[in-house]
Design a protein around this ligand. Structure first.
Ligand code: SF4
Length: 445
């Protein structure tokens, strides 16, 4: 009888110092490493890498931590330091330059990522119970890539900061590793999400991390450029028009990032935007949009708006409609303002009556549908790259152009497309358009 040789998983040793909080951190790290397929080693000799979870509360605790690191290096040599002393990385590096990585307290993802780099798991279905790219709820060909959590803004209608706290960005190398795995597992389109993508890395002071022999900074532009090199479509969501966004547009023109920006403007009237406390609220946005289109004529801008925000007058609303005429956004969604429990906007004066809200909403939708229809009609006759989302048994298929994000934007309906498969990216001749969708046929087999 043939026996199956299982690859042996790497073993991790752990030295846990400090208080009960540090102990809980150690348990969490070990739980994650176990679920990733690692084994634990009770001694230095059997470990492929040793984690030292340090305490830095008192000078005596620091000394104890440093001597534990020294012992682990002498006994094993491959050491990763985590915990409270992670804040004093320079001190540790000065004393022990051979330490493989240093991460701070509660940075689980970072320390687990460092273990994966120091002692990679050999690919095996028996060790990796969870696919390399993680368990996904989206189809295989597109994936959401979360780059940060929380938000530093305090928009009056929003309670996300009170639910999720201030901005906490993920390390760029951890994001890149996840993106690489997703692409290797079949993802053709990466959808970059966060609460505020343009603020990515502010909390990390835009520091750089080593990546592929070079480095990648925790900054939207740098991350977008690196993601663009993976060969998948990269789509940026929730971008605020800070000045540095201008630097992403050339990446779009060069084909590294999709020519698509999802900017939740929410309004155009300076008075309403001020009452909303919106970030990057500045008068020159229309000029900037014009500039972006000069650099990248195909850029699709999608946005959402709120109508009937407290204090919105007919004049403010008319300003918004005129602004839309100028901005010529490609995709637009709208919400009627609704108070959310706990939001600052709930106490604002000038509540807009429901019937006025409805009437404005209808005018808004009429305006944006007309703009969208004209923009889509202008695409008839062009040949566009389309990613296939679904193929139907009658020989048709549904896909999206670079201007369409899944779920929120329009679709491209194809005829004579039975030979295509989900995730294919094909050239399509656009034959027709309506207010939201395009219709076409694959250019050639
Ligand atoms: S709406 Fe404002 S406060 Fe809420 S998540 Fe977005 S930027 Fe942050």
């Amino acid at each position: 009888m043939e026996t199956l040789e299982l690859p042996s998983p790497p073993k991790v040793g752990m030295v846990s110092l400090g208080c009960p909080k540090a102990l809980v951190d150690s348990e969490r790290i070990l739980t994650k490493l176990r679920s990733d397929g690692y084994q634990m080693s009770p001694d230095y000799a059997g470990a492929d890498v040793v984690l030292v979870n340090t305490c830095g509360f008192l000078d005596s605790a620091k000394e104890e931590s440093l001597s534990a690191i020294g012992e682990a290096i002498a006994e094993n040599g491959r050491v990763i330091v985590t915990g409270c002393m992670g804040k004093e990385a320079e001190l540790i590096r000065a004393r022990f330059p051979e330490v493989l990585a240093i991460t701070g307290a509660a940075q689980y993802e970072d320390v687990v990522g460092a273990v994966h780099v120091a002692a990679p798991i050999p690919p095996s279905a028996y060790l990796n119970l969870v696919p390399d790219a993680g368990l996904k709820l989206t189809p295989r060909h597109y994936s959401y890539l979360k780059i940060s959590e929380g938000c530093n803004h305090r928009c009056a209608f929003c309670i996300i900061p009170s639910l999720r706290g201030d901005l906490v960005s993920r390390r760029p190398d951890a994001i890149m590793r996840e993106a690489e795995k997703l692409v290797a597992a079949g993802t053709k389109e990466l959808l970059v999400i966060s609460q505020d993508t343009s603020a990515y890395g502010v909390d990390l002071k835009h520091a750089a991390w080593p990546w592929k022999g070079g480095e990648v900074r925790a900054h939207m532009t740098d991350l977008a450029r690196e993601l663009g090199k993976l060969g998948a479509w990269v789509r940026l969501h929730y971008v605020y028009p800070y000045p540095h966004v201008d630097r992403v547009i050339p990446l779009m023109a060069d084909g590294l990032v999709l020519p698509y920006l999802d900017i939740p403007f929410q309004h155009a009237s300076p008075k309403v935007l001020k009452a909303m406390k919106r970030p990057a609220n500045e008068a020159k946005v229309l000029e900037r949009i014009r500039g972006w289109r000069e650099i990248c004529p195909d850029i699709a801008i999608r946005s959402t708006f709120i109508v009937g925000f407290p204090g919105e007058t007919e004049e403010d609303f008319a300003y918004l409609l005129d602004w839309l005429d100028e901005a010529q956004l490609d995709r637009v969604g709208a919400f009627r303002f609704e108070p959310v429990g706990g939001a600052a906007a709930n106490g604002l004066p000038g509540v807009v009556p429901e019937e006025v809200k409805e009437e404005r909403y209808a005018r808004f939708m009429e305006k944006t549908a007309a703009i969208s229809a004209a923009k889509l009609a202008a695409k008839v006759g062009r040949t566009l790259d389309i990613i296939i989302d679904a193929v139907d048994p009658e020989g048709g298929a549904t896909g999206r152009s670079k201007a369409d994000a899944p779920e929120i934007d329009g679709e491209v309906h194809l005829r004579d497309a039975g030979h295509l498969a989900q995730g294919d990216i094909v050239k399509v001749i656009i034959e027709d358009a309506d207010e939201h969708d395009l219709f076409g046929v694959p250019a050639a087999r």
